[in-house]
Design a protein around this ligand. Sequence first.
Ligand SMILES: [Ca+2]
Ligand SMILES: [Ca+2]
Ligand SMILES: [Ca+2]
Length: 377
Amino acid sequence: MYVPLRTNDMKNSLPARKTKIYFILLLSLLSFLAPNAVTGQDTIVEVLIPASGFEMDADLYANTLSGDGGDWFANPVTGGDSIFDSYGRSIDSLTSQIVDDPWNSALDLTFTGSKLNHDPNDWKWVESEANPGKNDIGKVYFHYAKDNADEQWIFIAGDRLDVTGTSYFDFEFNQVPIIRNTDGTFSSNGNDGGRTENDFLVSMAYTNGGTSAVVTYYVWQLVGTDFNWVNVTYDPADVIAISNSDTVYLPDDSKAFGRNFYEPYQFVEAAINITGLLTEVIADKCVGINVQSIVGKTKTSASITANLTDFAEPIPMDLNLGKASIVYNNGDPICSNNIGTFPKVFVEGSTYDPNSLVFSIALMSLLIVLILPSTVT
Ligand SMILES: [Ca+2]
Ligand SMILES: [Ca+2]
Ligand SMILES: [Ca+2]
């Protein structure tokens, strides 16, 4: 199989490395002379899985950036760390999933008469081709990992059949699962307007006009008397989002839209420091949320009342996001990030050996989940 390689793929050969050094020197000079020069976003997010970090380069193969990071798939030439095998099977299905969706097909399942901020119990689906083609999903990719600082990252990606115009690709994270029923409806037992307070939505807007994707972060919160999506400002350092300006490749076993490549601006991916984003909403880092399902879907505009178009099957998940792990400080259990101590009511009511790491960490975690939201200030 012939696999066209990017310049970075040649880095193991000495002449290519020399060329690259000269190129970097030239770029450095140019950037000095031209302060407004555009720089690339490509970077490696240093999470623990993949072991060599995750390349954010809008390319799906590992080892295509300097430093040899991991990616969704192993590099067919040089290998590397990956999230999936060549068939798209997860190395760890508890933290990573690919969902395939029909495309250019009357058998596709799509929304009808459903809006972004509707109660999911009011959403409807039909068997129908997704229109327009820029909203037609072929694959949805998800991965979760921690970094060395114990911060949590989510990696999301999606694609579109037609690259014309701006597409809006949403990932919705729900604490009570959203379930697609066979009768054309969805159901959710969330108590707050069909969802749960602090459910969140990450929306990626991307176009064929540039590689930067715009990420908007919404949190499900009470607005007046009703719950709705609230647009929350975040630290830009917590989000990296990029679309592909080059043709990028997939394994033959995991084709997208029937081909082993994405044409330019057909693929979008984002890395989100969810520890950082949750902190924008939940100030106490000891408190977190448990995500039970993830829904990848498209919509017609950036509005919170936008019509929903295509969706991939909801992904069942069990992710604890934002919950601190427990460490001991002079015998006192504290949040791993050293923000706040656990409430005395909990410590005094417990019998434990603070010097023992064996002390029922699991029970403590459970109690913290149950107690902290109402007792920590
Ligand atoms: Ca890559
Ligand atoms: Ca679909
Ligand atoms: Ca589709």
